[in-house]
Design a protein around this ligand. Structure first.
Ligand SMILES: Cc1cc2nc3c(=O)[nH]c(=O)nc-3n(C[C@H](O)[C@H](O)[C@H](O)COP(=O)(O)O)c2cc1C
Length: 246
């Protein structure tokens, strides 16, 4: 996977996008991707802008507190740090989450952010004696997970589907928020030499995306990659005797 990324979301209607990044290292691929998404937002439409919420850099505490639990039970108001996070989302026209996949889900830092910020009374209203009210129907969501495993592993074990059930449906649909983009950028640790996807070319992140096409640099299709790998293997096999020492 290349680090020269030009990512953009279909943000034509958004004035301000809140980019939430959940990674401890500023120089990580995850932060790099978030930065490129930000660049895409501001260069494609000068009226659009973005704010990056670097959860680790800002020292967000993902541990649920007694005060948070009181909010959940309709017995208290959100603490100031949580209210600040909610206000940040209230100012935005769309929410973008960029995170590495840890154990086939989001990192604990981001899960804790959801646990605490998407609270009862703000993201939804739940009372045992009343129907659930979904309160985030106005908030478009874009999800981008960066994973080390390959697409075959994700589909063979149903991990991609499980993540969609858990995150897209279980969290955002519960609050009424529409998930516009839900993408996994895979093989983040291995696919560094030959950039190849199922289909040639590239696409920008948005509503109508095509399976198997790169969302970063323009890439070779699988057919060309396979032919190149075969040629490289043949060349290497011929070269081997020359490399023998002693
Ligand atoms: C604790 C931990 C758990 C991980 N679990 C998964 C996993 O379940 N699936 C996967 O595809 N990659 C997994 N990975 C690999 C990360 O997704 C990968 O390191 C990351 O995408 C690389 O991006 P970065 O350079 O921004 O960290 C895991 C990595 C760590 C550190």
């Amino acid at each position: 996977m290349s680090t020269q990324l030009t990512c953009s979301l279909d943000h034509a209607h958004y004035r301000l996008e809140e980019l939430v990044v959940a990674h401890h290292a500023r120089h990580s691929l995850t932060h790099g991707i978030a930065a490129r998404i930000g660049e895409g937002i501001s260069t494609e439409d000068h009226r659009s802008t973005y704010d990056i919420a670097d959860l680790y850099g800002e020292g967000f505490d993902p541990r649920l507190t007694a005060g948070d639990l009181a909010v959940h039970h309709n017995e208290g108001l959100p603490p100031p740090d949580i209210r600040a996070e909610q206000q940040r989302i209230e100012r935005a026209d769309a929410l973008v989450l960029v995170y590495p996949v840890y154990w086939w889900s989001m990192p604990a830092l981001l899960k804790g952010w959801i646990d605490r910020v998407f609270s009862n009374g703000w993201a939804f209203e739940f009372r045992p004696d009343a129907p659930l009210i979904k309160k985030l129907g106005h908030l478009p969501i874009h999800l981008l997970g960066v994973g080390g495993a390959d697409p075959g592993t994700y589909s063979r074990h149903g991990y991609a589907a499980a993540m969609r059930t858990h995150i897209d449906h279980g969290i955002f649909n519960y609050c009424g928020a529409k998930v516009i983009t839900s993408e996994l950028m895979l093989e983040s640790e291995t696919a560094k030499l030959l950039e190849s996807h199922l289909y040639e070319g590239s696409q920008t992140l948005g509503e109508s995306m095509h399976y198997g096409v790169s969302v970063t640099d323009s890439c070779l299709g699988w057919g060309d990659t396979e032919a190149l790998l075969t040629r490289a293997a043949t060349a290497l096999a011929r070269a081997k005797p020359l490399m023998k020492v002693g």
